[in-house]
Structure formats: C-alpha cells, structure tokens
Design a protein around this ligand. Structure first.
Ligand SMILES: Cc1cc2nc3c(=O)[nH]c(=O)nc-3n(C[C@H](O)[C@H](O)[C@H](O)COP(=O)(O)OP(=O)(O)OC[C@H]3O[C@@H](n4cnc5c(N)ncnc54)[C@H](O)[C@@H]3O)c2cc1C
Length: 457
C-alpha cells in the first residue's frame, strides 16, 4: 500500500497512526465538531524532514494537510483519509542581530513567539490566544494586538522559507511573498516566516465591562473618535454571556508604547467619552501573561463562526448589530466579537499602492471585522447547538444586508462554502489564481487554506 511505502520513506520521522496510543492527543484541534480521521499524523522536527515528507507524499500520491496551531475555525488542518503534516515541533523563534526582525518557525504558536520576544524587550503583532499558530494567524491576515500601531500580522511579513511542491527548500521570492501575504500556505509549506519586531518591555492591558445596551453608544463613539486616539491604543469589543453575570459587553484595551503615562492618559480620555462601565481594570503586564489570562477564558467549542466586515457603521448598521445582540442565545461559547482596524493603522493609512500590490490581503483600509461565534460548550444539547448556529447564520445574513457591509470577508473566519474566493479576495483574486498555477502547478497544496483550486472559501 502507498501509505506503507510513504512511512518507510519517512523513516526516522515521528509517525502516528489512528491505532497509536498517542493519536488522540496528536489529533486534538480547536474545533471539536470536526471528526475527520487522517491516515496518519507525521511530525517533522527539521526543515529537511518537511521536504522529505512532501517529496515522498507526492511521489506516492498521498494528499496532505498542514497543521500549525490547529485553530482553523472548522478544523481544515485535518481531513479524512489524508496525511496530516504537523509542524508544531518547528517552533523556534530567533531574533536577528540587528533586532529589527525575527525568524519564526512554521509551527510556533502566539505564546511561544511572545515569550521569546519579551525576553529580548521586543514584540510583534500577534493574536492573543496562546495556541493559535503564528504563521497561520499572520499569513491569512492577523487581526489582534498592536495592529493600530504596527499593522496587521500580514503587513509585518518580510520573508519566508518554504518547501515547494517538488520538496525543494527555497527562500520566497517577491512573487511568492505576495501570495503568502494573505493566502498563507497555498504555495508551499512555510517552514519559517521573517517578521518585523519592535521595542516593547510591557503593555498596559485591561478593559471595561458594560451592560449590553451600551454596545451601540460605545460603537457610535468609536466611529466618531477612532482616529483621535493614539495608534498605540488598541480597542477590541465583544458581547458574550458571562457565567453568573449574564449578557455583557466588554471593551478590551491594549497599550503598546513604552510611554505608559501617555497610555493611562489615552485610556482616561476613552473612559470619559464612553458610557458608564460596570467595572474597569487596566494594569501593567507582560504580554505573555495577558495571553495566558485570555486563553484560560476560551471555552471548549462545538459549532462554527460566521463573519462580515464593515468599512464604517451608519445608524442602520448599528441598529442591525443591536438586534443581533438582543437575539443572541445564552451559551458561554456564543459570542459576537469585533476587531477594529483604525483608519490610522499603518495597514490602512501609510501603506503605499506599491506595498498593497505586494500583498494578497484585500482590505488595506480602516474597517471592522465581525466574528459571529455560533458555538456551544455542551455538544449533547442539540437544540441549544442548533439555536446558536442558526443565530450566527441569521446575524451574518442580516448584517450583510446593510449597505455598509463589505463584499470581502476574512478568510480565517469565513465558514467553508459561504463565499467564493473571488468575493473574499476581491481585486486580489485573479493574481492569486495565477500565482497558484505558477507555484503549485499540480495542486499539491490544494487542501491549504485558502483552497484556491476549488474557488470557494
Ligand atoms: C480561538 C481562536 C482565536 C482566534 N483568534 C484570532 C485573532 O485574534 N485574530 C485573527 O486574525 N484570527 C484569529 N483566529 C483565526 C486564526 O488566526 C486562523 O484560523 C489561523 O489560520 C489559525 O492558524 P493555526 O496554525 O492555529 O491553524 P491550523 O488549523 O493548524 O492551520 C490552518 C491552515 O493554515 C495553514 N498553515 C498553518 N501553518 C502553516 C505553515 N507553517 N505553512 C503552511 N501552511 C500553514 C494550513 O493551510 C492550515 O490548514 C482565531 C481562531 C480561533 C479558533
């Protein structure tokens, strides 16, 4: 059998099959509803191992998926009857001698990146959930910490090392980098990514908790004032069901400049413009501590996300959002989260048309990406699960009817099958298809996210 031949070709590399006692742990991913059983999970520890696995899998006609942190919303890093290439052992993080960039291993996660950089007094934009893979996060967009100050994850990528469809190890040229910036591993397995890093010892972090009806006035304020806050102030918002407290709305704040006094001042101003909060807490902390704290609050989830992005909100859009929140089911895993990219972010403001052309990311403008998380914590409560999922789909459809919603959606949060990739990537789609034909001529990476060959998200 071809799989046996592949296993023999990969001798010396950890190989875990479904019958193995290590299988369940190795297969575990964020999306607990995804039950696909891969043929085997292979865990390379070196770049040469990755090259050997790709070359041998292609030779023996075995399809594969790539697993980083395992946090694709619907578990696309694992598919039935394919090989899973698990990169988690490629988790090195090395700061360049000039301290302007760092080389991040293809399987390193957000917390590992934050910890190493922090020890050096440095930081880079990253997501605030510890176990999300850094490369998967950054290459597909990368909303999160510091994006108003230093830009989205995708706009901090300056280089990459890949294993190509032929199993060759290459440094990405400018064309391949254009593809990687927005479409991740569709052109090869990214064994390392080089990103910009910035001086930062610690952050000011915390937030304000409000009654849910304050969501609309807070967003109205943000709509008006976003450009007046310093770029070092990152504001995220979410409505969720807090165990014991009921439905709440939280504004998550993060200050990323060494000038902490200016941070306290900006937060004081934000509070003075905001509706009254039930609780507010802001303190100085290490970024890794914040990541650990946030990650501990993420419940196990069964279900699925939907997404819509908005350039700006008008009264009608805010009214629809308000209605979605009122209709939100009560499960602790059901959430509406908004990622606000301020018009003053380098990803929206200072990026030149030439830089935009060197990227497949479609939304270099101020906008808000809305995550509509229709998940539940208890998979056995089928009625509750169906209700949460239905709410996420209905909210998505209602929001899309607003004239202010954007055609493009965030690939990482787009439910598989919901949009064509032409819709997701807008003006960048035709070039992406051409790059895929050129650098993956036989569709070896057709199961990557995004699945360019299928044309669907
Ligand atoms: C709880 C949670 C929180 C999240 N928070 C945020 C957030 O704050 N901001 C945000 O923008 N997104 C967020 N996301 C979305 C997340 O960033 C993306 O789904 C991301 O792609 C996950 O990367 P991963 O490596 O963990 O996932 P995986 O499921 O392991 O990988 C997904 C796909 O990415 C590709 N891939 C990953 N690594 C490589 C590599 N080294 N080489 C080639 N291809 C690779 C593969 O095609 C793979 O199938 C979140 C998702 C979850 C579930």
């Amino acid at each position: 059998m071809n799989l046996q031949l592949l296993k023999e070709a990969c001798e010396g590399i950890t190989w875990i099959e479904p019958a193995s006692s290590e299988y369940d742990e190795a297969r575990h991913i964020y999306q607990l509803d995804h039950t696909a059983v891969p043929l085997a999970i292979v865990q390379p520890t070196t770049i040469d191992d990755v090259a050997l696995v790709v070359k041998s899998a292609t030779q023996h006609g075995i399809k594969f998926t790539v697993r980083g942190g395992g946090h694709h919303i619907m578990g696309r890093c694992i598919e039935q009857d394919t090989l899973t290439i698990d990169l988690r052992k490629l988790d090195s993080v090395e700061v360049a001698s000039d301290r302007h960039t760092a080389v991040i291993g293809g399987g390193a996660n957000n917390l590992q990146v934050a910890r190493v950089l922090e020890k050096e007094g440095l930081a880079t934009p990253l997501g605030l959930v510890a176990t999300v893979g850094f490369v998967g996060w950054a290459t597909l967009g990368g909303y999160g910490s510091f994006m108003n100050q230093w830009g989205l994850g995708v706009d901090n990528i300056v280089g990459a090392k890949l294993v190509t469809w032929e199993g060759k190890i290459i440094d990405a040229n400018e064309e391949v980098l254009t593809g990687i910036r927005g479409a991740g591993g569709a052109f090869g397995i990214i064994v390392s990514l080089t990103v910009k890093v910035h001086a930062l010892e610690k952050v000011l972090a915390g937030g304000m908790l409000f009654a849910p009806q304050q969501f609309k006035p807070f967003l109205q304020m943000l709509e008006k004032e976003a450009s007046s806050f310093p770029p070092a102030l990152q504001i995220g918002t979410a409505v969720f069901n807090f165990p014991g407290k009921g439905r709440v709305f939280r504004a998550e704040l993060l200050w990323s400049s060494p000038d902490l006094e200016a941070g306290y001042e900006a937060i004081r101003r934000l509070k003075s413009l905001s509706p009254p909060a039930i609780v507010d807490d802001v303190s100085e902390t290490a970024l890794s501590t914040l990541i650990e704290k946030i990650t501990a609050m993420i419940p196990p989830a069964y279900g699925g996300n939907e997404t819509v992005s908005f350039g700006t909100f008008d009264d009608e859009a805010l009214e629809i959002l308000d209605q979605c929140i009122t209709a939100m089911p009560n499960d602790p895993a059901t959430v509406m989260a908004l990622h606000h990219l301020s018009p003053i972010s380098p990803s929206a403001r200072t990026l030149s048309p030439q830089e935009d052309k060197r990227s497949s990311w479609p939304l270099h403008c101020g906008h808000t990406m809305i995550e509509i998380i229709g998940s539940v914590t208890d998979k056995t409560d089928k009625a509750n699960k169906a209700k949460s999922r239905q709410w996420s789909v209905e909210s998505r459809d209602a929001l899309r009817r607003s004239a202010k919603s954007l055609e493009e959606t965030y690939i990482s949060m787009t439910y598989p099958g919901d949009r064509t990739l032409a819709q997701v990537y807008g003006s960048k789609w035709e070039n992406l298809k051409a790059l895929s034909e050129k650098y993956d001529p036989h569709g070896v990476f057709e199961l990557a996210v995004p699945r360019i060959r299928s044309g669907m998200a």
